[in-house]
Design a protein around this ligand. Structure first.
Ligand code: MOS
Length: 722
């Protein structure tokens, strides 16, 4: 177990985040946001702003910084600001004021007068459901509808009608924002036609692609640097408005420009997790075998229809064995800020619906919720029929039940003084994915090795994992490995998103290390080298032949070199046609609901996970702890309140509730470790998202156990439990 390598830098304030980069002559930009949710800007009066102290420039759609389409290979197009006078949501960036100081820019921005030709905004999810649309495609090009039926079954309705026991309910989840601790920000600086942008992001090389196309500049002239990222969670997968505007303004003004969104601006000038409404119908035999699963989902989306929360696909498509499955996914376009990936996109809200429904079915059947899940354990996703590469979910249930004391759970909870105490559980799954990645491995003459790649560590522990996998692959000590991340000048290393980073970058490290060792061995036996003509082998950082050995540093020095470098790449391939891949988990929650005030508190929680090989238990555990706390937050705290005019009513950390330390008890995390080398050579599956999946349902199920009240929406508040 290795402590986070960058931990000391972070806790002593030495880590430089994007906005910490200071250059002489830097200008500061402050973004102006719309105050209507639907309309066209007919005029913007910037007279006062332009003459305010320190102001250097004001950009609006009438007098804009030119930006073209921003496109990345992985995600396609993303929105760029100030290129149109159309306003599609309240809080949309419509201008930027640039001044000598931050305060001057902010004060001048307050004087900008915007006139709109307003239209009534669509802000009601419920109203919009009547005219919901079918999305063209979603995460991973999932189909928007899928039906699998057993032979002789005509429709999912027939399969449900023929089921002896049916539960059929509708669940809802709120819009959520990532609220990463580091607000979206950027510092941009041009030099001789080349731009360097310092901005927290989930992959420096993807940010470089988007900036290159938006700025109309060759990719070789765009460098993105983000060795430290203060949280991302999907909300920094795309390039931020701050980065687009800082880069374009810096070019126009020929000075470095820094833009930092305020906390309140982050809520609307970035993107959020959509709200969902999900109807789940489960049909089962009396002994608890699922006969039919139906999951119809609605996701809010913005008017550009940029993102859909794939709840039906994320959960019901793969979770349980059933002969009859029908899932559908619709979107409800509203005048609200764009949606995007947020930790466990699809699975987090999707599992709230499915896993609440499974709990309701267990109660209907008079069966233990774990027994019901064990009975319907899938050996392959229904309709896909490729066996799971490795699945130890049954062990997660059993180990979790034993560790949590599940056997003590009473069907109707128990009382402890003024508290009603209940236990709940839920399944967690998240697909194991990976992306193409390249990594550079360098042997250096000072006896250290460098492992470098253009991905990012947004607090996940990837930097530490790189050092560990690098050390293992090179057969040297981790402290002799220098990991490097967060620079688009490095080989493209996958992104920190989709729980893919370790599998993607780790696999590439292994390839690169083998190549570097090959090169080293060749060098050792080459003409004029210390082992000329001998059959050289490599072990423990040393080359060996003829009963002699040398460290790689000695060899490099003896051959007059300072370093030896190899770049290795790895990408998903054949395995995708052979197996299905997923991480699995079982999550357990104990809640205490106060008998008189109805306050609900989580008093114990445990997650047991099958996520393949765990490279570093310290940082992996932190990932799970963070995800589980967020699951509690989704269950009991978080949710954007949208006013009828489209304004986010609680866009700040005083009213957008997140748990504090006092809300969170000790978090139990346990890994059952089965390296999955069918998925990738490292054997690691994903750990970024799965900690959150299942938690909201486990909390809701525990609340039902404690109180007998079934709440089918998130967040669950005191008023729901009266
Ligand atoms: Mo993510 S939601 O792991 O970018």
């Amino acid at each position: 177990m290795t402590s986070r390598i960058d931990g000391p830098l972070k806790v002593t304030g030495q880590a430089k985040y994007g906005a910490d980069h200071v250059f002489p002559g830097t200008l500061h930009g402050f973004v102006v946001l719309s105050t209507t949710a639907n309309g066209e800007i007919t005029a913007m009066d910037v007279t006062a702003a332009k003459s305010a102290p320190g102001v250097v420039a004001v950009y609006t759609p009438f007098d804009s910084l030119k930006l073209d389409k921003a496109i990345s290979q992985t995600f396609g197009e993303t929105w760029v600001p100030l290129q149109s006078r159309e306003v599609a949501y309240y809080g949309q960036p419509v201008g930027v004021v640039v001044a000598e100081t931050y305060e001057q820019a902010r004060d001048a921005a307050m004087t900008v007068e915007v006139t709109y030709d307003k239209r009534p905004p669509a802000t009601s999810f419920t109203d919009g459901m009547a005219t919901a649309e079918t999305p063209p495609s979603m995460r991973g090009n999932l189909p928007s509808e899928l039906t699998v039926l057993a032979d002789g079954v005509e429709s999912i309705e027939d399969a449900l009608a023929a089921s002896p026991v049916v539960v059929d309910h509708t669940y809802a989840t709120a819009v959520q924002n990532h609220v990463a601790m580091e607000p979206h920000s950027a510092v941009a600086r041009w030099d001789a036609g080349e731009v360097t942008v310092y901005s927290g992001n989930q992959a420096a090389f993807l940010q470089a692609q988007e900036l290159s196309s938006a700025l109309g500049v060759e990719i070789s002239k765009v460098r993105c640097i983000n060795p430290f990222v203060g949280g991302a969670f999907g909300g920094k997968g795309r390039t931020s408005v701050a980065a687009f505007l800082a880069a374009a303004a810096s070019r126009a003004l020929d000075r470095p420009v820094k833009i930092v969104l305020s906390r309140e601006q982050v809520f609307t000038a970035t993107a959020s997790r959509p709200a969902t409404v999900q109807r789940v119908a489960l049909g089962a035999s009396q002994d608890g075998n699922l006969i039919a699963v139906r999951h119809d989902s609605f996701s809010s989306t913005d008017m550009a229809r940029s993102f859909v929360e794939p709840t039906s696909h994320g959960t019901s498509r793969e979770w349980y064995a059933t002969e009859n499955l029908a899932i559908s996914q619709k979107m409800v376009p509203l005048n609200i800020p764009p949606g995007t990936f947020m930790r466990a996109p699809g699975e987090a809200p999707g599992s709230f619906a499915l896993e609440s429904a499974m709990d309701e079915l267990a109660i209907e059947l008079g069966m233990d919720p774990i027994e019901l899940r064990l009975r319907n354990n899938s050996t392959a996703p229904p309709g896909k029929d490729l066996l799971w590469s490795s699945k130890h979910l049954d062990e997660c249930y059993r180990t979790g039940a034993a560790r949590f004391g599940w056997a003590n759970r009473a069907p109707n909870g128990r009382e402890d003084g003024d508290w009603l105490v209940g236990m709940g559980m839920a399944t967690a799954m998240f697909p194991a994915l990976r992306f193409p990645a390249s990594v550079r491995v360098t042997f250096k003459d000072d006896e250290t090795a460098e492992v470098a790649t253009g991905g990012a560590d947004p607090g996940t522990g990837l930097l530490t994992v790189l050092a560990l996998v690098g050390a293992e692959s090179l057969d040297i000590k981790p402290e002799d490995v220098t990991p490097l991340l967060g620079d688009s000048a490095l080989p493209p290393g996958g992104l920190s998103g989709g729980s893919t980073a370790t599998a993607s970058a780790g696999s590439a490290v292994m390839v690169a290390a083998v190549q570097a060792i090959d090169e080293l061995v060749k060098l050792a036996s080459s003409a004029g080298a210390p082992f000329e003509g001998l059959d050289v082998t490599y072990e423990g950082g040393r080359v060996l032949a003829g009963g002699r050995s040398m460290s790689f540093g000695e060899l490099l020095r003896a051959t007059g070199r300072t370093e030896l470098t190899a770049v290795g790449s790895s990408a998903p391939g054949e395995e995708l046609s052979k197996h299905s891949f997923s991480s699995f988990g079982a999550q357990f929650v104990e809640v205490r609901v106060h008998k008189w005030t109805r306050e609900a508190r989580v008093s114990r929680m445990l997650g047991v996970f099958d996520a393949g090989r765990i490279i570093n238990e310290t940082t992996a555990r932190s990932q799970m702890v963070g995800g589980m706390i967020w699951g509690v937050s989704a269950a009991l705290h978080e949710g954007i309140e949208i006013e009828p005019n489209g304004r986010f009513a609680n866009a700040d950390l005083a009213s957008y509730l997140v748990p504090v330390n006092a809300d969170i008890p000790d978090v139990g995390v346990h890994f059952v470790q089965y390296p999955d080398t069918l998925h990738n050579d490292v054997g690691a599956k994903g750990i970024g998202e799965i900690g959150m999946v299942g938690m909201a349902a486990a909390v809701a199920n525990a609340i039902h156990n404690a109180t007998g009240i079934r709440v089918r929406h998130l967040p669950i508040r005191i008023e729901d439990l009266l």
